[in-house]
Design a protein around this ligand. Structure first.
Ligand SMILES: [Zn+2]
Ligand SMILES: [Zn+2]
Length: 392
């Protein structure tokens, strides 16, 4: 999950508490919402499941004092406008198109290669990444699923014009039998009585307060009396799924596409991770890419450059006539506006046409004769190709 996305979420609002709410208030709000929206209490209710996941995520951050502090800090900085806010759209999977074997997802974000993603990721890079010191020792705690990376190779024209590709993924997903709760269908996990659902036990020894993971629930805050047989209580199953990804026009080799929520399933109702797809683009026989511009090299004769001509040049969706003015030098680049790489929004790139003289390797007698006559006439008219050349 990108830090930006996390920061844009309002965990307080999700739980219906103020940002100055006490730990006790947060715990209370979470417990009520989790109970009301639990998948077992709302079978087949996707909205409730969504809410259940959202409040679990909010709870996981806000009940961890260190995480809450960092979250508050990050939001404060973010709200102060220090960072360019990028379009928040595209987070939800494309509506419609559901059914059958796969689902179609619109791409949430495209990241450039390298560090193009800008400030937030860099500044808060250490904030919520997995595997760091933030990692809870209790692995069975509700925990957001890991991000998953995969790769897909597209043809040049597919990549420039946009394409819909199927991706086969085998990854841990939310268990379909228990909806990720880990409890046998018909039963629910109950709130751990020892820790009251907090997952941690606070001990006071003299002047010092300690927190440690609760033994009874192994830090999860809930106890599963009847584990789901299909996932053995983890809420996660290995599944192979095919998802259809709509790749927008204009992706280039090495770019990453993010599909929010399509990564590894979260543990025990926590949100899923994201899926990152690295796009590889095969080379094309005719076109090259220079950013949003499409490049093409057209062979021409010397005579065409001298006298000028109109070339028929291929484009992504047909052909275009390109005027070569008289006296055009070899290697000149002619620009055809708007016929380059299409873009999801905004103006498309340009088509950059390079003219390159093709020199005949063999001429028949009449052509040789004519060329000799021409060279003489050219000389007589005063043209010397090496006039003014420093090497003369
Ligand atoms: Zn299960
Ligand atoms: Zn407990």
């Amino acid at each position: 999950m990108s830090q930006r996305e996390w920061i844009e979420k309002d965990f307080y609002k999700e739980l219906g508490v103020s940002s100055s709410a006490s730990a006790e208030e947060i715990k209370k709000a979470y417990r009520k919402l989790a109970r009301d929206n639990h998948p077992d209490a709302n079978p087949g209710n996707a909205k409730a499941e969504e809410k259940f996941k959202a409040v679990s995520e909010a709870n996981a951050v806000l009940t961890d004092p260190a995480k809450r502090k960092e979250y508050d800090e990050a939001r404060r900085l973010f709200a102060s406008g220090g960072f360019g806010r990028q379009g928040a759209g595209g987070f939800s999977p494309g509506a419609g198109g559901f059914g059958g074997g796969g689902q179609t997802f619109d791409v949430g974000d495209i990241f450039g290669q390298g560090g193009g993603d800008g400030g937030i990721g860099d500044l808060f890079g250490g904030l919520f990444n997995r595997g760091g010191t933030q990692q809870r020792t209790a692995s069975s705690r509700p925990r957001r699923g890991s991000d998953v990376e995969t790769e897909t190779t597209l043809g040049f024209r597919e990549a420039t014009q946009g394409v819909t590709v199927p991706l086969r993924l085998t990854s841990p997903s939310s268990c379909t039998t228990c909806h990720g709760s880990g409890a046998k269908p018909g039963t629910s996990p109950r709130v751990c009585p020892k820790c009251n659902g907090a997952g941690v036990i606070n001990r006071n020894q003299g002047a010092f307060g300690f927190s440690e993971p609760c033994d009874d629930c192994r830090g999860t805050g809930s106890i599963i009396d009847d584990p789901c047989a299909d996932c053995r209580g983890t809420g996660v199953q290995n599944r192979t799924r095919t998802i259809t990804v709509r790749v927008p026009p204009g992706v280039s080799d090495g770019q990453k596409i993010r599909l929010a929520g399509q990564g590894e399933a979260g543990l025990r109702g926590a949100p899923s991770g994201d899926l990152f797809v690295t796009v590889r683009v095969r080379a094309d026989k005719v076109f090259g890419r220079d950013g949003d511009n499409l490049t093409v090299t057209v062979p021409v004769s010397y005579g065409e450059l001298v006298l000028g001509t109109t070339l028929s040049v291929p484009t992504l969706d047909g052909r275009v006539g390109v005027k070569v003015p008289p006296g055009t030098v070899d290697g000149r680049v002619l620009r055809v506006r708007g016929r380059g790489v299409p873009k999801k929004t905004g103006t498309p790139g340009d088509l950059m046409v390079t003219v390159k003289v093709a020199v005949p390797q063999k001429l028949d007698d009449p052509a040789t004769e004519a060329l000799n006559a021409y060279l003489e006439a050219e000389k007589a008219s005063g043209f010397d190709p090496r006039a003014g050349w420093a090497g003369a």
